[in-house]
Structure formats: structure tokens, C-alpha cells
Write a protein that binds this ligand. Structure first.
Ligand SMILES: NC(=O)C1=CN([C@@H]2O[C@H](COP(=O)(O)OP(=O)(O)OC[C@H]3O[C@@H](n4cnc5c(N)ncnc54)[C@H](O)[C@@H]3O)[C@@H](O)[C@H]2O)C=CC1
Ligand SMILES: O=C(CO)COP(=O)(O)O
Ligand SMILES: [Zn+2]
Length: 348
């Protein structure tokens, strides 16, 4: 087997108020000079300001940029401003973190992830989902964050919908692992028992703690953040998003390309997991009940997406990242089969 390198975050700081230690954390990681803070329009006030003040208090020179879309244009716009920068921080939701992560990767710089919401498992992963023209938002290889600073006071104040979305993104590991096992059996695709075990254990744990996930509870934020980080570490161990992305993610990526107003990434993946679990002959009701307990969407209506788009995304899902074999096979679902599946699982 070829030698492999597993890149993991060196330091993970979680808890209420940790964002105020950003400057000290960067200093302890031996960084100095100029730092670039990449953030969003909303998350600048919510968190980036505190990050910048904390960096300045430790004598870091700081610059900041606000980005909106997780596009290659945004990435290149940031990258062009990194010439005299020694470290990049991403402070925001998944899109902001991915842009910062990819810009740092292209510039050969270290990256620190400062999530302001626990909405997806890209917080600690070595992947970035960047839209590039026709290419959808399937994740690309990127640098693993050298550090994660997850302030649970900020995260728990984010709309609860974002926390529920993060839970759903973890639940989606169930069908991602079933697809991975299938590809290993059918095509002898490389399969990592340890990455799969970590990914599945993380999903099982979040479902077991579903009742503890409540709006406004800092403990809930800590629980979901730890699970998202653990899911991201499984991706690092596998060297791909396989442990957390299978047919349910193909459905979500297809929906991103088709629906006029897509829902949150995790929300779409959760609904995809219900349907793909049925295709696998598994207990889709177990998935549906778990998502309901976490207040994540389980139907097209709750996603705010018309049934027609759900059916169309199901028929297109197999065309996303074709090299990744899943229960959808190479030919995917016919329209009738898609409609039947969505109805049988009460999604439409
Ligand atoms: N790189 C990876 O491994 C992964 C990347 N992703 C990517 O992440 C993106 C999804 O991330 P999301 O966070 O769901 O969407 P997002 O980045 O669009 O954020 C959703 C909304 O929440 C807002 N927000 C963030 N923190 C907030 C706070 N504390 N208070 C109020 N509003 C806040 C943002 O401003 C935005 O309007 C997708 O592009 C997806 O492809 C998803 C999973 C894995
Ligand atoms: O969303 C992800 C894991 O939750 C990444 O998956 P993709 O590689 O399919 O973009
Ligand atoms: Zn995901």
C-alpha cells in the first residue's frame, strides 16, 4: 500500500468565550506577523471583530475581508491579498470557512477555523466545497485547519436551524458508510475501518443524545461541535469525504444545482439520508424519527422545496461525482422510481 499522510488539526479549543483567546492561541502556535481574517457580512459583527481585537492585543497586524459565496472567484479574491500574510483565519459559516480554507491552501498558508455555527462538518475537515463554474459544490482537497476555535456562546446564539442542520449532516454518515461498504465490496474500493467506525460512532452518538439538543443550551452546542469535528477527523483519516458523503450528499448537491432556493446543506443531506436508507433496505423511519427529534427537516415541505425538485434531484443524483459508487448505481433512479421513493418515505 502507498505511504499515506493524515493531516489533523493540532489544537481544538471549544467552549464559551474561547474566541477572545484567538490571539494567544495563534501566538502559542508560533505564528507572528500579519494575519488575514476572512469572514461574512453577518459574522463580522457577531465574531470577527472579537477575533481581530484579540489578535491586535497580541501584536498581530491584521487585515480582514468579507466574502459571500463559496465560489472560486471569492477564493481568488482572498488569495490575491495573501502575499505578506503568515496565517489565515475563517470566521463564519461553512461557506466562509471553505473560502478561507481554500485560499490558504492555494497560498500555501496555515489556516485556523473559527466556526460561528455548528451547521456542517467542514469545521475541521481537510476539504472545501467551492463552486467553480459548471462544477457543482462537491468538496475539493484542502489543507486541514491547524487549529479550531469554536466559541459555543456564539454558536448557541446562532439560529437553532443551523445547529439542527449540523446534526443532520452527521446523521447522513449512516448512508455514507453503507455506500462506502457497498463500493468496497463491489469495486474493491479502498475502505478504512477506523475512519468508518469513527464516522458511524459519531452519528450513533448524536442520535443517542438527540433529546439533549435544545435551543439556547450551551451544552447542546458543545455536543454538536464535538461531533462535527469528529466527523471531520474521520474525513482526514480516510483522506476523502467518503465517511461523511455518499448517495445522500449526491442528492443534496443535485438539489443545490436544481432548486431555485436550496435549503441548508445539512438539512438537505438529512432528508436524502431518509430516502437512501430506504434504498439500502434499512430502517428509514429510524432516521426520520431521529431527525425529527433534532428538529431537522424530514420532508420537502419542511425544506421549503417543491416536490418536483426533489424528484428531479433524485433522478440526477447519480451524475454527481460519478467516480464515487453508491446505492444509486451508474444509472440512477428513473422518474417513477424517484417519485415512488419520495412518497414511500413521506418526503413528498
Ligand atoms: N468543507 C467541508 O468538508 C464541508 C463543507 N460544507 C459546505 O458548507 C456550506 C454550508 O455551510 P452552512 O453554514 O450550512 O451555510 P452558510 O455558510 O451559507 O451559512 C448559513 C447562514 O448562516 C449565517 N450564520 C453563520 N453563523 C451565524 C451566527 N452565529 N449567527 C447568525 N447567522 C449566522 C451565515 O451568515 C449564512 O447566512 C456549503 O457550501 C457546504 O458545501 C458542508 C459540509 C462539509
Ligand atoms: O459535506 C460533506 C461532508 O459532510 C463533504 O461532502 P462532499 O465531498 O460530497 O462535498
Ligand atoms: Zn455534508
Amino acid at each position: 500500500m502507498n505511504p499515506r499522510k493524515i493531516e489533523l488539526p493540532r489544537e481544538i479549543h471549544t467552549g464559551p468565550g474561547v474566541i477572545k483567546n484567538t490571539g494567544i492561541i495563534c501566538k502559542d502556535l508560533r505564528f507572528k506577523g500579519k494575519v488575514m481574517v476572512v469572514t461574512g457580512y453577518k459574522t463580522f459583527k457577531i465574531a470577527a471583530k472579537d477575533v481581530i481585537n484579540s489578535l491586535k492585543a497580541e501584536d498581530f497586524e491584521t487585515e480582514y475581508m468579507k466574502v459571500k459565496e463559496a465560489s472560486m472567484e471569492s477564493v481568488m479574491m482572498v488569495k490575491e491579498n495573501l502575499d505578506d500574510i503568515s496565517l489565515v483565519l475563517g470566521v463564519g459559516g461553512g461557506k466562509v470557512i471553505d473560502v478561507a480554507k481554500m485560499a490558504a491552501t492555494l497560498a500555501g498558508l496555515s489556516f485556523i477555523s473559527v466556526p460561528t455555527a455548528a451547521s456542517h462538518d467542514g469545521i475541521a475537515s481537510p476539504r472545501a466545497s467551492i463552486r467553480d463554474g459548471e462544477r457543482g459544490s462537491v468538496s475539493m482537497k484542502a489543507t486541514s485547519p491547524i487549529g479550531v476555535i469554536a466559541d459555543t456562546d456564539i454558536i448557541i446564539k446562532a439560529p437553532f436551524r443551523l445547529l439542527a442542520s449540523g446534526c443532520a449532516d452527521i446523521v447522513s454518515n449512516y448512508t455514507a458508510i453503507l455506500d462506502w461498504k457497498l463500493a468496497h465490496r463491489l469495486l474493491n474500493e479502498r475502505y478504512s475501518e477506523s475512519a468508518a467506525a469513527l464516522s458511524l460512532m459519531t452519528a450513533k452518538m448524536i442520535i443517542k443524545s438527540a433529546d439533549a439538543i435544545k435551543e439556547g443550551l450551551e451544552r447542546s452546542a458543545r455536543l454538536v461541535v464535538k461531533s462535527l469535528i469528529s466527523s471531520g477527523i474521520a474525513i482526514s483519516i480516510a483522506g476523502s469525504s467518503r465517511p461523511a458523503s455518499g448517495s445522500e450528499h449526491k442528492f443534496s448537491h443535485a438539489l443545490d444545482n436544481i432548486a431555485p432556493k436550496p435549503a441548508l446543506h445539512g438539512e438537505q443531506c438529512g432528508v436524502g439520508t431518509i430516502m437512501m436508507m430506504h434504498l439500502h433496505g434499512g430502517d428509514w423511519r429510524f432516521i426520520k424519527d431521529a431527525l425529527k427529534k433534532m428538529h431537522a427537516p424530514t420532508t420537502a415541505y419542511e425544506l421549503g422545496i417543491e416536490p418536483e425538485y426533489i424528484i428531479e434531484a433524485l433522478t440526477k443524483a447519480h451524475t454527481i461525482r460519478k467516480e464515487r459508487y453508491t446505492i444509486l448505481g451508474d444509472r440512477g433512479l428513473t422518474r417513477d422510481a424517484a417519485e415512488k421513493l419520495a412518497k414511500k418515505t413521506e418526503v413528498i
